[in-house]
Design a binder for this molecule. Structure first.
Ligand code: SF4
Length: 230
């Protein structure tokens, strides 16, 4: 369902806790709904659960009234899957003079095309079937990154959340994608109850295997879980 009305779960200023931009102050806008159903998803952001139902003008007024965004690094468009709101974002994003950081599951290529001109940084997820329970995501990721690289040379990196079920095929497919589209690959071991699930030896072994195939790989756990921030 795409409309020019946004259904938003929450908005807050906090610190980015994942990936190479960890530690930057951001305004987070968390949009409702997702097109995927990952096994480990702990979000409950259906359209019906929206706390804010806003037009672009209404959201602009709300942000100006509620938040001081003069010192933030960027605005994080997150979810759920924010690209489900591409029609809304196409109207809203040019209204604010801000840097936009898109957090996406990297499967909705046509929706990204609608708003790519306004985006500065893309934090993409590569969804591993072993962790998500969803198959055939790599074809969608390939189309997503191809369109992105063809249309704009913005900052791009991709994260993979993995546990002890990660396979050799997934390591090969993920590093191949990163190599093909020239982006930094972030390994993010699955975290539960503020603890990293796979053993440190296992994590280190996966890190080494990825580095043998592609040298632009970094291991960055979910820092916000240890800092106990959103
Ligand atoms: S892509 Fe993200 S929001 Fe969507 S189901 Fe997977 S973990 Fe949940």
């Amino acid at each position: 369902m795409q409309t020019e009305i946004a259904r938003i779960k929450e908005m807050f200023i906090s610190t980015q806790g994942e990936g190479p931009f960890v530690g930057y102050r951001q305004l987070f806008i968390r949009f409702c709904a997702c097109n995927l159903t990952c096994n480990y998803c702990d979000t409950d952001y259906t359209y019906e659960n929206a706390n804010f139902v806003y037009s672009p003008d209404e959201l602009l007024s709300f942000i100006k009234k509620e938040f001081d965004i003069s010192n933030i690094h960027s605005i994080s468009l997150t979810g759920g899957e924010p690209l489900l709101h591409a029609d809304f974002l196409k109207r809203f994003l040019p209204m604010l003079n801000a840097k936009y950081y898109l957090e996406t599951n990297a499967t909705l290529t046509e929706n990204l095309y609608e708003i790519i001109d306004f985006i500065d940084i893309v934090s993409a997820d590569i969804k591993l079937p072993s962790a998500t329970g969803i198959n055939n995501t790599f074809e969608k990721h390939d189309a997503f990154f191809r369109m992105l690289r063809t249309n704009k040379n913005l900052e791009l990196f991709a994260k993979i959340v993995f546990d002890e079920n990660i396979t050799e095929e997934e390591i090969i497919a993920s590093t191949n994608l990163a190599k093909k589209y020239n982006f930094e690959l972030i390994l993010q071991p699955k975290t539960q109850n503020n603890e990293i699930v796979p053993s440190i030896n296992f994590v280190d072994n996966i890190f080494s295997k990825c580095l043998k195939r592609y040298n632009n790989v970094r291991l960055i756990p979910q820092v916000h879980k240890f800092l106990d921030i959103r």
